[in-house]
Every structure is written in structure tokens, then in C-alpha cells.
Design a protein. Structure first.
Lengths: 223, 51
């Protein structure tokens, strides 16, 4: 992806250097583009966007749940509604994240220097699984107790001991509401920034946008 | 909803029917997303193709 480079004067020490790096690597035209290559005209490219929409939904409903607490989300109709919003938002998040993963796997989305984008996506998936797990054991119901009792033995069997104890509601809930959402949101932000810096990967065999006769460099991983 | 799910068992594979349904729906959605044409404001041909 090539865009006109903004003229940023070389001044200002390390802050200026960082500013010039950002302006060079992630110009506003790439961060908020108005046009996309022709090959993006497919439903499969919506899977990532739907995943982000679900994440926003999950975080927003989670903030409401955290504010009012377990009694509210179990014993009031509005609370149960927000609990369901949070739960189903997570289902949508994971379904479309996996569909996005399938799309990028079959498109070999790590090509042409996009390895870090792929790796951060994988890490985001793994962190999200832990976020989902801590969410299931933070429900404050019998299902949560059942999952936590079994998980305690599973975690213990890994050799981790009681460093993470799924039966410790305060620990699981704190990790679920304070640490993991921040991690997921930060990872997704970096993932999106990398996608915008590198552009959306060309389909295998497709010519470079704007260069109809250019040979397609479409196999393997290149930096 | 309160009763345990039915499970399918093939060798080492153990899968609940609800999970199988979700996987089937995801595969169907993935296939449909590849096949169904994407609507555009400018009609079936894109701006680049018209040039």
C-alpha cells in the first residue's frame, strides 16, 4: 500500500521521531481509507469487522454487568437481559473470529510481510479463550461452580498448582473484568493498525491493485 | 435446556449435537460468504473494472 507521505519536519527528539515513524508507517489515509481494492468486494471480508462489532458489544454489556453485580444480573429481568447480551455477544465474537481465521488461513493472510498480523491474531484468539473461560466461571451459578471444580483439577494437573485457582471467584472475576478485556482490546487495536499499515492481503494469484499485468507474488512468506 | 446434550461418538471424537449444529452453521455461512455476490452501489461492476 503506497500513499502520499506527509511532510513532517525532522525535529523534536524522541517524541518527534515517534511522530514521524507513525506518520510514515500509518498515515491517516491508510488508517481511515475511503477505497479498498476490488478483491475486497466479498462477504468474507466482513467476518473481521463483525468480530470487532461483537467485541464492542461484549465490552459495553460487560461494563453494565460489572457496575450492577451478580445479584442484579441473576435476579432482575433487565439484569438477565444484559447477561444474555453479554453471553450471546461472546458467541457471535467467537463464531466470527473463527470464520475470520478460516478466511485468512485459506487466503494465506500472512504473506508479504503480514506475519506479525497473523501472529497477533492467533494470540488474540488464545487470550480470548482464557477471557471466555474466566467469564464462564464468574457467572455465580451452578454451571460456573461445576466448570470451576473441574477446571481446578485440570489447572492443577498442568503443574501450575493454585497460582490460578478457578474456584477463587475474586481472582477469576478480577482477571476477567480488569486484565483480559484490556489485553484483548489492545491486541485487536494493534491487529487493526497492522492490517491498515500493510493493507488487506491480495487473493492468491491476484495481480497487485492498479497493476493489472504485474506478476502475482503469491506463494510463501516474505518479509 | 436443562437436560444434558446428546453426544456423538466416533472413535476418539466426542462431539455434542449442539456443537455439531454450530459447526455446520459456520461452514454453511462460510460457503455462502464465498458464493453469494457482494452488492455494490455502482452495480455488479466495480469502479476499477469500469475504467
Amino acid at each position: 500500500m503506497s500513499a502520499p507521505q506527509p511532510a513532517v519536519p525532522a525535529e523534536g527528539g524522541w517524541t518527534g521521531a515517534i511522530r514521524r515513524q507513525i506518520a510514515r508507517r500509518l498515515p491517516l489515509e491508510e488508517l481511515l481509507p475511503t477505497h479498498q481494492p476490488d478483491y475486497v468486494r466479498s462477504w468474507v471480508y466482513l467476518f473481521g469487522a463483525i468480530t470487532i462489532a461483537a467485541l464492542i458489544w461484549v465490552v459495553a454489556s460487560g461494563v453494565v454487568l460489572a457496575f450492577f453485580g451478580p445479584q442484579w444480573w441473576h435476579h432482575s429481568s433487565v439484569g438477565r437481559f444484559f447477561n444474555s447480551l453479554h453471553f450471546w455477544g461472546v458467541q457471535v465474537f467467537f463464531v466470527f473470529m473463527v470464520l475470520h481465521l478460516w478466511t485468512q488461513f485459506w487466503a494465506a493472510g500472512w504473506r508479504d510481510g503480514r506475519g506479525p498480523t497473523w501472529v497477533i491474531g492467533v494470540v488474540t484468539f488464545l487470550v480470548s479463550v482464557v477471557a471466555g473461560f474466566t467469564g464462564y466461571i464468574s457467572q455465580q451459578n451452578f454451571a460456573a461452580q461445576w466448570i470451576a471444580v473441574n477446571a481446578k483439577d485440570a489447572v492443577n494437573a498442568t503443574g501450575m498448582g493454585a497460582i490460578f485457582n478457578p474456584l477463587n471467584f475474586g481472582q477469576a472475576y478480577g482477571i476477567h473484568v480488569a486484565l483480559l478485556p484490556v489485553a484483548v482490546v489492545l491486541l485487536v487495536a494493534v491487529h487493526i493498525a497492522l492490517v491498515r499499515m500493510k493493507g488487506i492481503v491480495r487473493p492468491i494469484g491476484a495481480p497487485e491493485p492498479g497493476v493489472p499485468d504485474a506478476p502475482a507474488a503469491d506463494t510463501g512468506v516474505s518479509a | 435446556m436443562d437436560s444434558p446434550a446428546q453426544y456423538l461418538h466416533w472413535g476418539f471424537i466426542l462431539l455434542s449435537v449442539p456443537n455439531l449444529v454450530v459447526i455446520g452453521l459456520m461452514l454453511g455461512l462460510f460457503g455462502a460468504a464465498l458464493i453469494v455476490p457482494f452488492p455494490t452501489r455502482n452495480g455488479p461492476k466495480s469502479r476499477e473494472q469500469k475504467q
